[in-house]
Design a protein. Structure first.
Length: 81
């Protein structure tokens, strides 16, 4: 007979490499998906909070559309040479 691991649902262990497996239910409830980057921060003794990493580039990409003419940036760069 195979011995079943003794653990509570939703509980996990910290490995010798300081890694943990986050239960799928917790990830789904938090709205986190596979491949997303998260930031870990301590929030008091025995408490770690994971937050979705803020992607500054994605937030501002395309924000300056229409501010410069098609060749204006290249013309400015050419002045540096």
């Amino acid at each position: 007979m195979v011995k079943v691991k003794d653990r509570r649902r939703g509980a996990t262990r910290i490995s010798s490499k300081h890694q943990i497996t986050i239960p799928a239910d917790a990830l789904r409830s938090a709205g986190l998906e596979v491949g997303e980057r998260v930031v870990a921060r301590a929030d008091g003794p025995g408490r770690v909070v994971l937050e979705r990493e803020h992607d500054v580039l994605a937030e501002f990409a395309g924000a300056m559309t229409g501010v410069y003419t098609r060749t204006e940036i290249e013309d400015l760069r050419a002045e540096w040479d």
